[in-house]
Design a protein around this ligand. Structure first.
Ligand SMILES: Nc1ncnc2c1ncn2[C@@H]1O[C@H](COP(=O)(O)OP(=O)(O)OP(=O)(O)O)[C@@H](O)[C@H]1O
Ligand SMILES: [Mg+2]
Length: 464
């Protein structure tokens, strides 16, 4: 339903269409039932009239004749609403009395003793006719046909149908009005709620009060409340993040300013050099921090700056390792890769997964031991896994949770990192619904990070 329609109209339509449909069926049915009963009742009278005429059929010396006194005829014809006509016919002699235009049924139908009723036209008007066969003791067949216009029957039909229909229509109207009033009353709390929410300031993310809300609407308010809660949390996190980021950027900026002033004070270029080296390292730090912040922003689900598609985890890990070999060599470290030639497909964002591995390698090189070993492994079973292991001092158990916090660095850590690397790793892992585990390497006691892709991602692997 793309066009929004009011609930009241919806209810009215849903109620009115079937009701009108069923009422029409009911009316048609009751028309036929009423017609049947009205005919049964008036046909009996019509038959009585026909029988009353038989008294005027006489026999004299074997000849049949009709003798109807005017008074008897008056009684026969007397009717306020309808015209009544008759015709008495002898099979042998033909017309004996009455009006020759009175319709007759087919003669074959007239063999039985029971009367025959049928509808026909007479003088351009519809009539109901009854025909009876009289046995007068001779072989001669005498037929009496009586026709009557339909005014009484129509009147009676109308009365019965209206008596049936009017209460039904009134009842339907009353039910409709009652339902509309009910819907209006039922929706009132929602209107109050909408007014209440409309008056809020953008920072007012309190949950919607649910005490006056109907159970059916509660599913909706629950969802909105849930969303409001998450939104409030996201805003708090964002605010904290911005404060931290600003703080982190201020330090190298202050360093830059200080060193620039120092350099400016020096006359001699050689004397400026230490300050310039400092400026360079401050700029490096700022550029690193800015890069980390941008990656973090990109890996936040709320920003949607990623695209998951099928990629070969093996190739990705191998290529990234190759990029980091020169940096490992600077510390005389041995960076090795253990994987396989066949592709191992997972659903992922290539840039973000590279960043994840880059941060783990950067840490391993930065915090591992000189001339140490770093191993990157890709495993296929039971689920696709990426493992980065070093033989450095490792991360103490009490720090294993905190190291994933944004801007947290273990006190006394070497290098000038900004404490965002592992937060980025965690964020990217979550985005891929992958499980991230930090433990200590079995043999060396160094650090081991393991990223396992969920079983549902495995389906792709099996298909390939
Ligand atoms: N492989 C590792 N071995 C030992 N300690 C580690 C290792 N990886 C991380 N750590 C510790 O965890 C802390 C957090 O690491 P993280 O990568 O989040 O921040 P960082 O390296 O200080 O800064 P950034 O990576 O943003 O430049 C580091 O300060 C370091 O003390
Ligand atoms: Mg780091």
């Amino acid at each position: 339903m793309n066009k929004s329609r009011s609930l009241k109209t919806e209810i009215l339509l849903r109620l009115a269409i079937p009701l009108i449909f069923f009422m029409s069926i009911e009316t048609v049915l009751s028309y036929f039932v009423t017609l049947h009963h009205v005919n049964v009742a008036y046909d009996r009278w019509l038959l009585d009239s026909a029988r009353s005429l038989t008294e005027g059929i006489k026999m004299h010396e074997g000849t049949v004749f009709v003798e109807l006194p005017p008074a008897a005829l008056d009684i026969f014809k007397w009717d306020e609403l309808d015209q009544t006509y008759f015709k008495i016919i002898s099979e042998e002699k033909g017309m004996l009395a009455g009006d020759k235009f009175v319709p007759e049924p087919l003669t074959q139908a007239m063999n039985g003793v029971s009367p025959i009723y049928f509808n026909d036209d007479m003088y351009g008007e519809p009539v109901r006719v009854v025909s009876i066969l009289i046995a007068n003791g001779t072989q001669e067949k005498i037929f009496v046909h009586v026709a009557e216009t339909l005014n009484k029957r129509r009147g009676m039909m109308m009365d019965i149908l209206l008596a049936d229909l009017i209460p039904q229509v009134v009842l339907v109207l009353l039910i409709g009005l009652y339902l509309l009033a009910g819907v209006k009353r039922g929706l009132q709390p929602l209107r109050v709620l909408a007014d209440e929410i409309a008056q809020r300031t953008p920072r007012d993310l309190r949950p919607i009060p649910e005490q006056h809300v109907f159970l059916e609407v509660r599913a909706l308010t629950d969802t909105i409340n849930d969303l409001l809660e998450r939104l409030a949390q996201a805003i708090v996190t964002q605010e904290r993040f911005i404060t931290n980021a600003a703080h982190q950027l201020r330090t190298p900026l202050a360093g830059l300013k200080l060193q620039a002033e120092r350099a400016l004070r020096e006359q001699d270029v050689t004397a400026m050099k230490p300050a310039l080296i400092h400026i360079q390292s401050c700029a490096d730090r700022m550029s690193h921090l800015t890069t980390q912040l941008l990656i973090l922003a990109r890996s936040e689900p709320i920003n949607g700056g990623y695209e998951l598609r099928q990629l070969d985890l093996c190739a990705l890990a191998k290529n990234t390792c190759m990029d980091w070999v020169p940096k490992a060599l600077q510390r005389q470290m041995d960076l090795s890769f253990e994987g396989f030639e066949q592709p191992l497909y997972v659903q992922g964002d290539e840039v973000l997964l590279r960043e994840l591995l880059a941060n783990l390698l950067d840490n391993a090189i930065c915090y591992g031991r000189d001339q140490g070993n770093i191993v990157v492994k890709v495993e296929r079973h039971p689920v696709p896994r990426l493992i980065v292991e070093d033989d450095g001092p490792g991360i103490p158990d009490i720090e294993t949770d905190r190291v994933f916090e944004r801007f947290y660095r273990i006190p006394g850590s070497s290098g000038d990192g900004c404490g965002l690397g592992l937060a980025i790793v965690k964020e990217i892992a979550d985005l891929h619904q992958a499980r991230l585990e930090l433990s200590s390497a079995d043999e060396t006691g160094g650090t081991r990070f393991e990223l396992s892709f969920e079983a549902k991602q495995n389906v792709l692997d099996m298909l390939n």
